[in-house]
Design a protein around this ligand. Sequence first.
Ligand SMILES: *Cc1c(COP(=O)(O)O)cnc(C)c1O
Length: 225
Amino acid sequence: MNVQANLQLIRQKIQQACNRANRNEEDITIIGVTKYVTIERAKEAVESGITNLGENRMEGFLEKYQELSNQATWHFIGSLQSRKVKDVIHGIDYIHSLDRISLAKEINKRSDNPISCFIQVNVSGEESKHGINVEQVHNFVEDLKRYENIKIVGLMTMAPHVEEQQIIRNTFSGLRRLRDEIRDKNYDHAPCDYLSMGMSNDYTIAIEEGATHIRIGSNLVGSEK
Ligand SMILES: *Cc1c(COP(=O)(O)O)cnc(C)c1O
């Protein structure tokens, strides 16, 4: 287990995917997901050059944030309970899991400046997946207008865990279409430039389909404490 070596390999694959899709590597942000690993491993990631870290639970976030606060940009990528918003809001730079008005309301109330949020969308329609349905996204964005501390920077999704690449690809391209539609509306509160999609097993497909933020855990830092 060597984070530096893993990162090198990931960067190579990113480069190849960018070449295939005629994209620029600089447009891809790697979020190192440290939810499975120790603080030591998270530090190793930072020392290897990872500047964006992601956690999916409040406890894990606070643990790492206490040690590494100003050394990283912080992404909250898991489903967020409204009552925990007040505990994470002052350290978090991006929330990837905005999926309901009650959560927006709480973020809006607890923050004194605009918080960058991704709307989590359930593109694949699997019942087990979090996120709002594709058909509801436009109305949701419209409803968020009234919350001055919510800034919609992009959309986020998770692809189904399947072998068939075309299904994964369709999920990502579906999110991209939706992003394009929202971006074209030129909302002040929803520039919606970004696409948070792609994890260890599917990030190269995500990049080919337009991902700007990939969330990599096990392939980068491993998956055991
Ligand atoms: C755990 C997690 C990841 C990273 O998963 P890996 O497959 O280990 O890369 C990415 N996104 C979310 C929302 C996660 O919960």
